[in-house]
Design a protein around this ligand. Structure first.
Ligand SMILES: N[C@@H](CCC(=O)N[C@@H](CS)C(=O)NCC(=O)O)C(=O)O
Length: 230
């Protein structure tokens, strides 16, 4: 297949690209690449040493593209059918902004703040750092408030169809879910509904099924929502 997505399935950014490709019906391969174990040659391909990385054999055997946003918009240009970006200029801009917000703010506060202390030690055979994760989770209320304000009264974050903005936001909630944390539905009902709609899609169901067994074996954060966000 022409396109190959390199990375690991627990990465929210790798998931973002895989969900996009599944939604668009674009055939692709997935190749394991762990950025923490990659050799020195990885630095020449991506000086930031991060995943995902896209290979496109149509361009040439050495063609690689790093960064989920660069990759996502490259894919939109290369495969314009089943567009994952809204048509109207205003919604297009809004989708770009929400993608950026998710890639930076959500990624930092969810990924570094909660997912890493909970899941990384367990993957290495140790115990989760519940105290750090709880401290990280407390900081999420402000982000959930913002997302609630942006999704209230609508089905999708940008325009009236499922888009890259929705994928970019929802993918971080998959990682959050693996820690046992989810936005409380009584306080953030529109966000909770949005996540149910997004995760019911075949694309998310397909990629999430890959780590369902691992999810069941992971210890979850043992602090109730009322205490986290009182
Ligand atoms: N802005 C980048 C972020 C990618 C990123 O941070 N990926 C993580 C995995 S989820 C990574 O490769 N981390 C390796 C590291 O921090 O050394 C993108 O959108 O692709």
């Amino acid at each position: 297949m022409a396109l190959t997505v390199c990375g690991v399935n627990l990465s929210p950014f790798v998931r973002k690209i895989r969900v996009q490709l599944i939604e668009k019906g674009v055939p692709h391969d997935v190749e394991p690449l762990n950025p923490f174990q990659a050799g020195d040659d990885f630095t020449a391909i991506n000086p930031l040493r991060r995943i995902p990385l896209l290979k496109d054999a149509d361009v040439g055997p050495d063609f690689t593209l790093p960064d989920s946003s660069a990759i996502a918009h490259y894919i939109e240009r290369k495969h314009p059918d089943s567009p994952m970006m809204p048509e109207s200029v205003a919604d297009y801009g809004r989708a770009l902004w929400l993608e950026e917000y998710a890639d930076t703010e959500l990624a930092g506060k969810v990924g570094i703040g909660v997912f890493r202390p909970m899941v990384f030690p367990q993957l290495a055979g140790g115990a989760p750092d519940m105290a750090s994760a709880a401290e990280g989770a407390r900081k999420l209320a402000r982000l959930f408030d913002y997302l609630e304000s942006q999704i209230e009264g609508r089905d999708w974050f940008a325009g009236d169809r499922f888009s890259l903005a929705d994928i970019s936001v929802a993918t971080h909630f998959v990682n959050l879910g693996l820690t046992g944390v989810a936005p409380a539905s009584d306080r953030w009902p529109a966000l909770d509904d949005f996540l149910s709609r997004a995760f019911a899609r075949e694309s998310f169901r397909t990629v999430n099924a890959e780590h369902a067994e691992m999810d069941a074996g992971l210890a979850k954060l043992n602090v109730p929502a009322e205490e986290l966000w009182s």
